[in-house]
Design a protein around this ligand. Structure first.
Ligand SMILES: [Zn+2]
Length: 301
């Protein structure tokens, strides 16, 4: 009798806990959408800012007269305000509501009917769903905070690499430092595993790169990929690196083959590897322990 009541008490307690977790997740979803809308700006503008500064540095180094383009000088994440790339009409605040505006505008500019890139609602939705999921999974905790930053940075890197074939050091390196910092107190893994993870992440792809280059004379991937894998190793330790590499290579190969079959990409055009690394890294941070656990239990370990 006593056991029964305490059991049903525990059941109602856990039901209440999952209800409040669901409520938190629902509250977090619109917040994730707004972050996604900011990530869209980062994805579009940050590479342009980088290119402008590289151009200025090159002109400076070569002693060339700088191109007098005032627009380049003033580009930042907040200025100028967003405009339609087709007709230059400023985008009104009520046309900037994540996902909803895209649906209401039917994916077109109101003034000139230039199609709005599907990237905008996709990135917003991805950010919204991932944010809600993490809050549901980890509640309002420090771990959840770290996971959210990790997720948002990976979404930005994915978008930038997809568009520009570029993983900026200005984003991958701080991600690496933040992973080491989080593991100073062992948030995800003990610090020694995180340090070895960063080291092994970088060196493993670095060796593959040089082996590939020595054999074929071609460059199969970029240095940004090494730094991203180093960052992932810093967050979740060296034990997760094989899983990340297997997952990303498998999905990357699958997408590449489907692309070739559908003739949507030329054989010679290199494919950005960063998005696959980022996706595999995210899966490994959230479910890596479960995946490795069930894999090892197959062998009775
Ligand atoms: Zn327009």
């Amino acid at each position: 009798m006593f056991l029964e009541t305490s059991l049903s008490g525990a059941a109602s307690l856990s039901a209440a806990a999952s209800l409040s977790a669901a409520a938190l997740a629902i509250a977090a979803f619109p917040f994730g959408l707004i972050i996604g809308s900011f990530l869209n700006v980062v994805i579009l503008r940050f590479p342009e800012q980088l290119k402008n500064s590289w151009r200025r540095e090159s002109e400076d180094f070569l002693g060339l007269a700088p191109e007098s383009d005032d627009a380049q000088e003033t580009l930042s994440l907040s200025k100028p305000a967003s405009r339609c790339p087709g007709c230059g009409v400023p985008i009104k605040p009520w046309h900037n509501i994540p996902v909803i505006s895209y649906i209401l505008l039917r994916g077109k500019c109101t003034a000139c009917s230039t199609p709005i890139s599907i990237q905008y609602p996709l990135v917003e939705l991805l950010s919204g769903v991932a944010t809600a999921f993490i809050v549901y999974q980890f509640g309002l905790s420090l771990t959840a905070g770290y996971c959210l930053i990790f997720t948002w940075v990976l979404i930005a890197l994915t978008g930038i690499d997809f568009r520009e074939q570029l993983l900026p050091d200005q984003i991958t390196l701080p991600l690496l430092w933040l992973g080491l910092f989080a593991n100073l107190s062992g948030t995800f893994v003990p610090l020694n595993e995180a340090v070895i993870g960063a080291l092994a992440g970088y060196l493993s792809l670095w060796s593959v790169f040089w082996l590939f280059k020595l054999i074929t004379g071609k460059e199969g991937m970029g240095y940004g990929d090494f730094k991203l894998l180093a960052a992932l190793g810093a967050w979740m330790g060296w034990q997760m690196l094989p899983l990340i590499i297997i997952l990303s290579t498998f999905v990357g190969a699958l997408v590449g083959i489907v692309g070739l079959l559908m003739k949507t990409r030329e054989k010679q055009v290199p494919m950005a590897f960063g998005p696959f690394l980022a996706m595999a890294g995210w899966i490994a941070l959230i479910w890596g322990d479960k995946i490795l656990g069930s894999y090892l239990s197959v062998f009775g370990l």
